[in-house]
Design a protein around this ligand. Structure first.
Ligand SMILES: [Zn+2]
Ligand SMILES: [Zn+2]
Length: 281
């Protein structure tokens, strides 16, 4: 049985998927991983999950070894790399679990539950959402709201600059602050005020570092940022540990090693997210 317990008052961050855009498993990506966005935050016995990319499948399987419990899943938006793992999230099929899905209202025409229903219906997927055996709820909020997860933590939200919008998070647990800011495009020379607010004095800030500076020039308008902008923002916001995230699927392990080295040279302590990475803020 996996030892995933975290003492009361302790916070643990675990990366289950660090890739952006599309899963890219294979021999060239074994070390950083090929699964898409999913980050678990444990606060004592509470499980908070950020995004449901393909990485959430591994998390669900690990949770199966534990007693049923309460799980909150906070989505940034509905691009497939952030929701494609949800139909394979074992915890939602397990009676006794209570799974709460949360997302910002980014589209006036269709809500969280309907989007997931649409994804989990023929011809896209054979198993409808009614097959979930956990007690499941769907909760919407407006980007900018301050949420109060049940454990007494505080979760601030902000709208990010991304096609169709995305929601960034700032989780405050006791003295600890964790920022989860992915799928956001910066404007060169203009630090993003929403991102700075989310990252301010964060112990750990997970940031969209899809592109290198050179790649960014040819991908303007695609909704993503760079590791060098992440460093500028982290410096400006007084971040403890910057964690680069949402890696482009074209970046194999060798490319990621180079980014890791360049980024850690530019800002010592900067880390590159990889599957299985555990952070103790
Ligand atoms: Zn994405
Ligand atoms: Zn996106």
């Amino acid at each position: 049985m996996a030892d995933t317990t975290v003492a009361d008052g302790e916070v643990q961050v675990r990366i289950w998927g660090a890739r952006g855009s599309v899963a890219c498993p294979g021999p060239q990506t074994v070390r950083y991983g090929g699964n898409t966005a999913c980050v678990e935050v444990r606060c004592g016995s509470r499980v908070l999950v950020f995004d449901g990319g393909t990485g959430i499948r591994g998390l669900g399987n690990a949770l199966a070894a534990e007693e049923p419990g309460e799980i909150d899943v906070y989505l940034t938006h509905f691009h497939l790399d952030h929701v494609a793992g949800l139909p394979f999230f074992e915890a939602a099929y397990r009676a006794g679990n209570r799974v709460r899905f949360h997302a910002a209202r980014l589209n006036a025409e269709i809500g969280l539950r309907d989007i997931l229903c649409r994804m989990m219906s023929p011809p896209l997927f054979p198993i409808p959402i009614d097959e979930f055996r956990a007690e499941v709820s769907f909760n919407e909020f407006d980007a900018g709201d301050v949420l109060r997860p049940k454990d007494g933590s505080r979760l601030e939200t902000r709208l990010l600059n991304h096609p169709g919008g995305a929601c960034g998070y700032r989780l405050v647990v006791g003295e600890r602050v964790i920022a989860y800011v992915t799928d956001t495009e910066h404007e060169p020379g203009r630090p993003d005020a929403a991102v700075l607010a989310l990252m301010q004095d964060a112990d750990v800030a997970i940031y969209d570092a899809t592109y290198t500076d050179a790649e960014f020039e040819t991908h303007r308008g695609w909704g993503h940022s760079t590791w060098s902008e992440g460093i500028r923002l982290a410096d400006a916001a007084g971040v403890g540990t910057l964690v680069l995230f949402h890696h482009d699927p074209s970046h194999d392990d060798a490319a990621m090693d180079k980014i890791a080295l360049d980024a850690a040279t530019a800002r010592p302590g900067t880390m590159v997210a990889r599957e299985g990475l555990v952070l103790l803020p």
